[in-house]
Design a protein around this ligand. Structure first.
Ligand SMILES: Nc1ncnc2c1ncn2[C@@H]1O[C@H](COP(=O)(O)OP(=O)(O)O)[C@@H](O)[C@H]1O
Ligand SMILES: [Mg+2]
Length: 341
C-alpha cells in the first residue's frame, strides 16, 4: 500500500493491534510455561540490532536509545522469541517510567566472574557470562517497590495498563537459561536491570547458528499442493487466501477425519501437510502419522499454541517435522513452507 493511501493508517493500526494481541498471548504462554522454545546460539549484539526498529517504535521520539556492545561478544544459547519478549517487557517498562523523555541504554558485555569478585551478590557459579543491561533515566522506584517487581501480578499501573506479568516473565525466562537478573533503582534517577546469561560453549553442541539478517524479505512463492487442516474457520480462511496468493494449490480440511477424506479423494501428489495440532477427534500428530504412511514423501508442518506432550512425542523438535508457534506471522509461514519444500 502506498504511503499516502488513505487506508494505510487504519491498516497499520489493525496490524499493531494484532501484534499486541499476539505478544500478550505469547506472554501468557511463556508465563504458564506452555511456550515451545527453540534453542539457538545467539549473539546479543546482532539480535538487538535486528529488533532495533521495533524498540525505537516502542520508545517513541522523546526517548533516546543508546547501544553499547563489547567487541567479540560471546554467544549465548537462547530462544529468539523469548529474547524479544525480554526486550519488549523491559523497554516498555522504561518507556512507561519516562513520560517526559529520557535515555534508555542497552549494554551487552562479556563478563568473567571470578571468585572474590563481588560474587556474594550473584546467586550463581563463577564463570563466563554475557551481561545484558537495560538502564533508563526514568522515575525510578522505592526500595519497597523494587523488592516486589519480579512477583507475578505486581503492578503499580492502573487497571488496563499493567498486567504485572512483564518482569515475572522475564525472570522466568532468564532462570530457564541458568542465568539471573538483578535490579537497581533510585527514585527520581532511574532504573537498571542486569541479566547474566552463561556463555555458550562454541560449536559441537548440535545447535544451529542464528541466521543473519536478510534485510527486507521478499515473500517466496511456490506451486506445490498443500493440505491445510485447521478447525478454526477464520484462521483457515486467512491461511487459504494467503497460501493461494503465493501460488500454492490448497486443499482445505476442517478436522482430521475430513483431512483423510480429502486426501483419499485427491489422486495427485500432496507435498505438504500444514496442520493444527489440538483438534477434536483426530489429533494433528495422529493425522500426520496416518497420512505419512499413505504418502511417505509428505512433508509436515504443525501449528499450535501449546506445548502438547504429544507434539513433543511425535518429534516436532526433530528434523523431519517442523513446528510453528501460534499466533503465526504470515511471513514466517511463507518462509518456513518454502524452506521445507
Ligand atoms: N524501568 C522501570 N522504572 C520504574 N519502575 C519500573 C520499571 N520497570 C518496572 N517497574 C515497576 O515494576 C512493576 C512491575 O512491572 P511489570 O512486571 O513489567 O508489570 P507492569 O508493567 O504490567 O506493571 C511496574 O508496575 C513498575 O512499578
Ligand atoms: Mg511491564
Amino acid at each position: 500500500m502506498a504511503s499516502d493511501d488513505p487506508l494505510r493508517e487504519e491498516i497499520t493500526l489493525i496490524q499493531d493491534a494484532g501484534a499486541r494481541a499476539a505478544s500478550l498471548v505469547r506472554q501468557l504462554l511463556a508465563f504458564s510455561r506452555k511456550q515451545i522454545v527453540c534453542h539457538e546460539r545467539i549473539n546479543f549484539r546482532d539480535a538487538i540490532l535486528e529488533i532495533r526498529k521495533m524498540l525505537d517504535r516502542v520508545l517513541g521520539e522523546e526517548i533516546v536509545l543508546e547501544l553499547l556492545f563489547d567487541e567479540d561478544l560471546w554467544p549465548v544459547v537462547a530462544d529468539r522469541v523469548q529474547f524479544e519478549q525480554i526486550f519488549m517487557n523491559l523497554v516498555v517498562n522504561s518507556r512507561d517510567a519516562m513520560l517526559n523523555g529520557g535515555t534508555v541504554t542497552i549494554e551487552a558485555r562479556n563478563s568473567n566472574l571470578v571468585p572474590g569478585n563481588k560474587l556474594e551478590h550473584f546467586p550463581s557459579m563463577p564463570g563466563e557470562y554475557v551481561l545484558l543491561r537495560i538502564s533508563d533515566t526514568g522515575s525510578g522506584m522505592s526500595r519497597e517497590t523494587s523488592e516486589l517487581v519480579f512477583e507475578p501480578f505486581f503492578t503499580t499501573k492502573e487497571v488496563g495498563k499493567g498486567t504485572g506479568l512483564g518482569l515475572s516473565t522475564v525472570y522466568g525466562i532468564v532462570k530457564q537459561y541458568n542465568g539471573w537478573i538483578t535490579v537497581s533503582s533510585e527514585l527520581g534517577v532511574g532504573t537498571s536491570f542486569s541479566m547474566y546469561f552463561p556463555k555458550s560453549e562454541e560449536k559441537g553442541d548440535g545447535l544451529r547458528d542464528t541466521p543473519t539478517e536478510e534485510g527486507i524479505s521478499i515473500i517466496e512463492t511456490g506451486s506445490e499442493t498443500i493440505l491445510l487442516v485447521e478447525d478454526d474457520i477464520e484462521v483457515r480462511k486467512v491461511l487459504v487466501k494467503f497460501l493461494s496468493r503465493l501460488g500454492y494449490k490448497v486443499l482445505e480440511a476442517f478436522d482430521g477425519g475430513n483431512a483423510l477424506t480429502v486426501s483419499g479423494e485427491f489422486h495427485e501428489t500432496i507435498h505438504l501437510l500444514l496442520t493444527d495440532v489440538v483438534m477434536p477427534n483426530i489429533h494433528g500428530s495422529k493425522l500426520a502419522e496416518i497420512l505419512k504412511e499413505q504418502r511417505p514423501d509428505l512433508k509436515i508442518v504443525f501449528m499450535s499454541g501449546y506445548t502438547e506432550e504429544t507434539i513433543l512425542r511425535y518429534g516436532v523438535l526433530k528434523a523431519e517435522v517442523d513446528f510453528l508457534q501460534k499466533p503465526i506471522g504470515l511471513m514466517t509461514l511463507a518462509k518456513t513452507i518454502r524452506a521445507i519444500l
